[in-house]
Ligand binder design. Structure first.
Ligand SMILES: [Zn+2]
Length: 507
């Protein structure tokens, strides 16, 4: 028993045959200077945070296209160009928006925020207020033309049955079907602080123009402070509902909501380059590298440079392209896709997945970079590959990582659901096996440091800039690792498959 187990363990951990001479050349060919230069340029003031649909975003797209051309990649965007144009709707809520209840005036940003799909520059709603608790029991409530106050989260009495049967999306749909003119939502006290909602909801929202639907009732987030101003008795009703009592009631007050916004149609671009495969039988299939190049752009004069997230990822991806273009051609083609609109919901990737500039059924695999800067903490010796457990790509990754003397680390943030939160997921939904790659140093503090950065650090803030302390060999190692994983897939006899039992499938 012990012996057999030890034998198997030895087989699993045994280093594979190592790297071929061609692989070693490719691995060593990835240039740290390229990664540094592209990252620094993308995060520079001239790029103005590469906002989706903003001038800086377009400038970045043109810069990336120029680098692709320089590296020898062929254009694979619209009609012979590197760019794939995407139409967006941008909506910025203005601080002149107001919410009043009788004499009381709620303060924009401190007391309330406008969320949801804002479709016009001016929208006024006036009506009575109905408290609906968690929205589970709407019987006997007249919602028609009224503003419904809804709690997010769950009551103290919620059991597993409650969790299974109450679907927040269905609750909102039922309120809209019931005729609610607006939703006033109190965020879950167990969730992010209201100030965190304020950081995001006071920025522009950007959505794909071709997914526009009929206008929906406005959605407003109200803080605990704002609740006190809305209606006498509301705080008490909320406390009852949170304790698990049925507390839905008409509050007997009328409120006026005035949403003021700047809504405009804008356009942006994905940037796509391809290196044609060398095997005539397999060149119609492609390995797809992706990384988003957008950050939050400029908001009210403040630039969000998005250096770690994700100028660095775009640079790591392109550094692989620079090497590949000079090496013997892999059998399959290799696509490099820099996408826009990621921060607002993977828009650029979703657009490419719906309007692919390469037949998506012939995309063998996707490798995505979406960084939080862990590669710069020091020399990379550990690699995380989200999605590796679902497809053959996990084994390919383990082979490459082991052969290069590094190790595969488990998901450091299982609670963050990372696999569902970046561009690769748009391709996964179209059936393409994918890996999202992250690198980290050998020390044990990097997970804590990364979490601190995500929760209250420079993540999605104006402070996400290139630092003098960054170790650039780390990104080089991850880019080279990703390159070899992609090369092995590009040269394999068959395309990688989803593992049996994986919740995804090729079309
Ligand atoms: Zn990102």
């Amino acid at each position: 028993m012990t012996f057999a187990y030890a034998l198997i363990a030895a087989m699993v951990t045994q280093a594979p045959t190592g790297l071929s001479p061609a692989e070693r050349a490719a691995y060593q060919g990835v240039r740290e200077a390229t990664i540094r230069e592209i990252t620094t340029t993308l995060a520079s003031p001239a790029m103005e945070g590469r906002g989706t649909g903003q001038l800086g975003g377009q400038r970045a797209a043109e810069y990336l296209a120029a680098r692709m051309r320089q590296f020898g990649l062929q254009p694979a965007g619209d009609s012979g160009s590197y760019l794939q144009r995407i139409d967006f709707v941008s909506a910025a809520v203005l601080p002149t928006s107001s919410l009043t209840a009788g004499e009381a005036r709620l303060v924009y940003r401190d007391d309330f925020l406008v969320a949801g799909r804002v479709t016009g520059d001016s929208l006024d709603v006036s009506g009575g207020v109905v408290f609906v608790g968690y929205g589970v029991d709407l019987s006997g409530l007249d919602l028609q033309g009224r503003l419904a106050v809804l709690l997010q989260g769950k009551p103290a009495t919620a059991d597993s049955m409650w969790e299974r049967t109450v679907n927040p999306r269905a609750v909102v749909q039922a309120l809209v079907r019931g005729g609610a003119a607006a939703l006033l939502i109190l965020p879950d006290p167990a969730g992010p602080a209201f100030t965190v909602y304020a950081q995001y909801l006071t920025r522009r929202g950007v959505r794909l123009a071709d997914t526009e639907t009929a206008p929906q009732p406005p959605v407003v987030y109200v803080s605990e402070a704002g609740v006190g101003k809305l209606a006498a008795g509301l705080s008490e009703a909320i406390a009852q509902a949170r304790a698990g009592s049925a507390a839905a009631r008409d509050l007997g007050v009328t409120v006026q909501l005035a949403v003021r916004a700047k809504v405009e149609r804008v356009s942006g671009s994905n940037v796509v380059g391809v290196l044609r495969g060398g095997d005539p039988k397999l060149a119609g299939q492609a390995v797809l590298y992706s990384a988003h190049y957008d950050a939050y752009g400029i908001e009210n004069g403040t630039v969000y440079p998005g250096a770690a997230d994700n100028a660095l990822g775009a640079a790591m991806m392109l550094a692989a392209g620079e090497v590949l273009a000079t090496e013997p051609r892999p059998r399959r083609s290799v696509i490099f896709l820099a996408v826009t609109g990621e921060e607002y919901g993977l828009h650029g990737a979703r657009h490419w997945a719906q309007h692919p500039t390469w037949p998506i059924d012939s995309v063998a695999a996707n490798f995505n970079y979406d960084g939080i800067g862990t590669e710069t903490y020091g020399p990379v010796t550990q690699v995380v590959g989200w999605g590796g457990e679902y497809s053959d790509l996990g084994a390919v990754m383990r082979g490459v990582v082991t052969a290069t003397g590094n190790s595969v680390a488990p998901d450091p943030f299982p609670e963050e659901n990372v696999f569902y939160r970046s561009d690769h997921y748009a391709f996964v939904q179209r059936g393409v096996p994918a890996l999202m790659l992250l690198g980290a140093p050998a020390d044990t503090t990097w997970v804590r440091r990364a979490k601190a950065w995500l929760e209250g650090g420079d993540y999605h803030q104006p402070g996400d800039s290139v630092r003098a302390s960054w170790n650039w060999s780390g990104p080089r190692t991850l880019a080279a690792t990703g390159l070899l994983i992609g090369l092995r897939v590009a040269n394999a006899d068959v395309m990688p498959a989803w593992l049996p039992g994986a919740p995804f499938r090729r079309r």
